[in-house]
Structures are given as C-alpha cells and as structure tokens.
Design a protein around this ligand. Sequence first.
Ligand code: SF4
Length: 346
Amino acid sequence: MINKFFEIKSSTIIKTNIIIPNYQLIMHNVIKELKEIKAKNIFLQIPEGLKTRAEELINTLEENGFDVICSMDPCFGACDIKPDTAKLNNCDAIVHLGHNKFLENNTIPIIYLPLTFELNHIDKLIKNLINYLKKEKINEIGFVTTIQYLEHIPKIKDELKKENIKLVTKKGEKVEEGQILGCNYSSAPNTKNIVYFGEGLFHPLGIHFSTQKEIIIFNPTENLISHLDKEKDKFLRERILLIEQAKDASEFAILISSKLGQNRIKIARQIKKDLEANGKKAKIYSMDFISQTFLLGINASAFINTACPRISIDDFKEYKKPIINFYEVEYLLGKSYDDYKIKMFY
Ligand code: SF4
C-alpha cells in the first residue's frame, strides 16, 4: 500500500513524497529543483524494481504541473542516462530515480533521486553486528554499502564506537563515502576486514577480488551475518572455466554498449588489437541493451563484454557462448590465474 504525504506550500497542495514499503522516495527536492530550473517537460527514468509504480510517479509530477514522458527501457543504473531520447521528445530535464550522479558533463539538466531503504529494525541489526564482531574479536572494520543504505552509516558508526569498534569508510572515485557500485569498488577501505552491508553475492565477490580483503556480508533484510568463504572458490572456478572455454575461440565478438556510462570504445579497440596480435579474429558490435537474444546472428565463438560487468558475471549462463569481461582478456592471453583480480574502478 502506498501512503502519500502532502505539503501545503503557497496555497497550493503539493504532493511530494511517496513511501513504498521499505523504500522511500523524497520527491519534494526534485519538484523544487525542477521548478528552480524552470523545467516543464520531464523525461522520467525509473529503476526496474519501481516500474510497477510508474503511473503513481507520473501522477505525482503531473499534479505538480509537469508534463512527463516516462522511459520504459530497462534502466539498471545511473550509467544509463538518455539525453538524446529526452531531447528527441522535447524534454528539458531528466529525472532519474533510484541512483545518484554517475556521469559528468551532461547536455541536459539531470535531477537524481536515489532510493533509500528504510530499516525499522536498525537497532536490532547493529546489536547483531556488535555481538558478531565481539565474538570474532574484531575491533576495526572497513564498511561499504550501496546507495540505498548509505544514510544508515553514521548511526552504525556511532553505535560501534560506543563499543570501542572502529568503523572505517572511504570516499572512492565518483561515488559517495562508503558507496560501492558493481563497477566501482574504490570506496573499499584498506582494513583487514571489510563489512559489506547489503544483499546478494555480486558485490562482496567484487570487493574481495578487487581488494583481496576478507569480506563479512551483513544482509540487513534478513539480519544475517556471514563470511565470504566457499563462494570465492566457486566464483573463481566459474571464471576460469569461462575464460578457458573462450580461449578455444578463433573469432571473438567484442560487445560495446551505447549506454553513456557503459561505453568503452577505446578499450574495445585495444582488445581487438591485442586479440589480433595473438592470431585471433575480432569484431566490435554496438548495442544498447546487451542480451543473448540480439546476438543470435553472430558467428563468433566467444563474447568479450566491455559494458556493465554484471552481464558477464550474474547473467553468463543466459549466453549460448562464453562471455567474459574485458579485463579477463589478459588471462585469456596467458596471464596466470594466481593473482586473478576484478577491476576496482571501471
Ligand atoms: S555499469 Fe553496471 S554496475 Fe556500474 S552503475 Fe551501471 S548498472 Fe551499475
């Protein structure tokens, strides 16, 4: 059920905030900023998890006097800003929900509104973390999380400090302090143990293989704490198997994305040269949304992905041919797997 908040402002009723269980979108500042820049026609981008609420989000903006065109293309991150489509539709600003700023030098005003995940049980979570760290005799941790949980860091830090446990955060490149992305682990602090506060294994594996640190996974949804352990071996075995399968290919398809924050044409060209110098054939293919469906006509025996790393890590089983990330080409060309690393910052 959605609750709607209203705010009275200059005799106008402005609907500003939308609360969806566990998520909070504070629309107030977005509306204020849009009015400040005198935007009228809005190109709205919504993350996949909120597409079912598109109509409510459009209503909220329309009720505040804006005309809205809502993009229904898949949008998994702020790497996927579409200024050309916005301008094609005569829009004068983009409202991008779910993520924070990623790209510099945009040709159209972009207003970002990250999602905040509410944690009503934060006290319980902190207590569980303190008990775990005391049991493991850990008195210093690095701490990273995704944008949705960032605002909880100060409280967690304060409560740990009361128990003489130091929580260390770092501001990485082009992210907030403590924030990580699947293509950017540069906020990982240089501590022996790093706590990843969030769900899933993709990020903790990325932090481990880009920093070589011990990772403690703290899943706030389930209030579960675990050590990243056997998953590391499984992940490494999967990557090596894929790279070895790709080694047999004589012809490669290098995939580039036309999404602004995922395009790596320079890297793609360099990889083509490197492969050709090693007696392989390679062609470069450009797509907006990379998916097996659109690659059916390609005869190459392996794919090199230069776009979002999740495509080759989370989704590799959906591809009929081995798909590896661009930084894995050096292993394909002979580098030892002993120091297998994921790129820290794309
Ligand atoms: S490239 Fe992938 S991991 Fe990086 S921000 Fe975009 S969707 Fe997220």
